[in-house]
Design a protein around this ligand. Structure first.
Ligand SMILES: [Zn+2]
Length: 228
C-alpha cells in the first residue's frame, strides 16, 4: 500500500505528498498507469492461469485495454437507497487502506471483515427509516451491498482484462493491479541497472557516476562488447 503512494509521489512530483493519500483509488491507478507508460512504454505483459485447464496464458495488452471510461472516475459522493436505509458514501482512498493495514498488520485470510470495515469508513452519512445511525452498526448484508456500489462507482480502481484461454477456450476476467505490477517492474529494472554498473565498472574501472551518465544506448553497446 505504501509502495503505491511512493510511486504516485514520483509520478506527481508537484502534488503535496500527504494529499495523494486522499485520492480515490481509481484516480491513483489511472495516474500510475500513465506514469508506467512514460517510463517503459505502452505495452504491458502479464501471466494469468486459466481457471478451466490451469494453463498459463501470457497476456499482452496496453493501458488503453484497461482504462475505465472518463465519466466513471468521479470523486462525487455516492448516494444509495436500500430498503429502509439511505447512505451517502465517498470513494475509497489509499488512506483507508493504510488504516486497515495498521488495524490488521497480519493480513487476514478472509478479506470480508476488512471489506465491511472499509465500506463503513467510506459512509459519510446513513439513515434507517429517516433516523441517522452509526455506519458500524449496519447489518453485514447492507454493508456488503454498499461495498459493491462503492466498487461500481470507481471502476478504474479494479481493472480487469478479458482473457480467452488458447488451450481450452474458456473466457474469464483476470484482475490487473498496476501498483504491484509497476513495483516489481521497477525492482527488476533497478536490479538490472545495478548489474550493468557492476559489469562495466569491473571491465573498465569506470565509476558508477560515469557509467550512469552514459546515454542508455552507449551503455548497452559497451555491455555487449564486454559480454561477447
Ligand atoms: Zn484453459
Amino acid at each position: 500500500m505504501r509502495r503505491a503512494l511512493v510511486m504516485l509521489a514520483a509520478a506527481v512530483p508537484d502534488a503535496e505528498p500527504d494529499s495523494l493519500a486522499d485520492w480515490p483509488l481509481g484516480r491513483r491507478d489511472t495516474e500510475l498507469l500513465a506514469f508506467r507508460a512514460s517510463l517503459f512504454g505502452p505495452e504491458l505483459e502479464a501471466i494469468a492461469q486459466c481457471p478451466g485447464c490451469g494453463m498459463e496464458v501470457v497476456l499482452a495488452f496496453t493501458a488503453a485495454d484497461l482504462a475505465a471510461p472518463p465519466h466513471a472516475q468521479s470523486a462525487a459522493p455516492l448516494t444509495v437507497s436500500l430498503e429502509r436505509y439511505a447512505a451517502t458514501l465517498r470513494p475509497v482512498t489509499s488512506r483507508d487502506l493504510l488504516a486497515l493495514d495498521n488495524a490488521n498488520p497480519e493480513q487476514p485470510d478472509s478479506v470480508s471483515p476488512a471489506e465491511t470495515t472499509l465500506t463503513a469508513r467510506c459512509i459519510t452519512a446513513v439513515t434507517e427509516a429517516g433516523a441517522p445511525v452509526d455506519p458500524g452498526t449496519l447489518p453485514p448484508e447492507v454493508l456488503a451491498t454498499l461495498g459493491e456500489e462503492l466498487g461500481r462507482a470507481d471502476p478504474a480502481a479494479a481493472t480487469e482484462l478479458s482473457v480467452q484461454c488458447p488451450g481450452c477456450g474458456q473466457g474469464w476476467l483476470a484482475p490487473f493491479h498496476i501498483a504491484s505490477y509497476l513495483w516489481s517492474e521497477l525492482h527488476h529494472w533497478a536490479r538490472r541497472l545495478l548489474m550493468d554498473v557492476h559489469t562495466l565498472a569491473r571491465a573498465y574501472g569506470w565509476s558508477e557516476r560515469d557509467i550512469l551518465a552514459l546515454p542508455p544506448l552507449r551503455r548497452q553497446a559497451y555491455l555487449e562488447l564486454v559480454v561477447t
